[in-house]
Design a protein around this ligand. Structure first.
Ligand SMILES: O=C[C@H](O)COP(=O)(O)O
Length: 249
């Protein structure tokens, strides 16, 4: 049985003051304990978030990580630094990192290897853009991202989560239909089975991301192959995040 995961990716939002305010409110709220809740604030807010979330069931994640060990890499953040702040998840290969910061599948693969080797969980983001969807190449694109991103990985596969995020649905309000999201998550599961094994694929959590909000989360989560959501905009307010974790209630 795969435990559902609702992950908030704050992106470049909420400074330390805002983080303290949001999380202090969130920890006072009733959250469905059958759902795993994860908050991924900016790096600058990790320490404050770590203090506030300590002793709660809400997990802490980072939005990116270096593929290298500690050393001469100006501006980068290592797995060692994240672990020191009680981070347990790292988002890797988000489309914004791929598009704006040139992260290739090869870099994504290195980051996943580094993350898993340090016993952190990796949330690998995949998804097609609007043109690729229109040209009916979405499965081919996602399959290639999975094969390259997961290349030469054989250990700690239970620490991998996949997030299917069609780029055309991110921050646009254009949620992928529940049927299309389910169909792609099912396709991802079969691709993961080919890369690893059916058993690993059956146990792997596959999230949907792209304009998920309190009003559509319940329907999306009712699908057999959708094991949670990676949420941007609607994860920034405590009330909305509570509603997401409680599937709209
Ligand atoms: O990581 C989250 C996704 O990019 C979705 O963002 P969004 O919920 O604002 O569309």
């Amino acid at each position: 049985m795969r435990k559902k995961l609702i992950a908030g990716n704050w992106k470049m939002n909420l400074n330390v003051t805002d983080t303290r305010k949001m999380l202090s409110e969130l920890v006072e709220k009733n959250l469905n304990s059958e759902v795993e809740a994860l908050i991924c604030p900016p790096f600058t807010s990790l320490e404050a978030a770590s203090e506030i979330l300590k002793g709660t069931n809400i997990k802490l994640g980072a939005q990116n990580v270096s593929e290298y060990e500690d050393g001469a890499r100006t501006g980068e953040i290592s797995t060692n630094m994240l672990k020191d702040l009680s981070v347990s998840y790292v988002i890797i290969g988000h489309s914004e990192r791929r598009t704006y910061y040139g992260e290739t599948d090869e870099i994504v693969n290195e980051k996943i290897k580094r993350t898993l080797s340090q016993n952190l969980k990796a949330v690998l983001c995949v998804g097609e853009d609007e043109v690729e969807r229109r040209e009916n190449r979405h499965e081919e694109v996602v399959k290639s991202q999975l094969e390259k991103g997961l290349r030469e990985i054989s250990e700690n596969t239970e620490d991998i989560v996949i997030a299917y995020e069609p780029i055309w649905a991110i921050g646009t309000g254009n949620t992928c239909s529940s049927e299309d999201a389910e169909s792609m998550c099912k396709f991802i599961r079969s691709s993961v089975a080919n890369i690893f094994s059916s058993e690993i694929a059956d146990n792997m959590r596959i999230l949907y991301g792209g304009s998920v909000k309190p009003s559509n989360v319940r329907e999306l989560m009712s699908n057999e192959n959708i094991d949670g959501a990676l949420v941007g905009g609607a994860s920034l307010k405590a009330e909305d995040f509570q509603s997401l974790v409680n599937f709209g209630e």
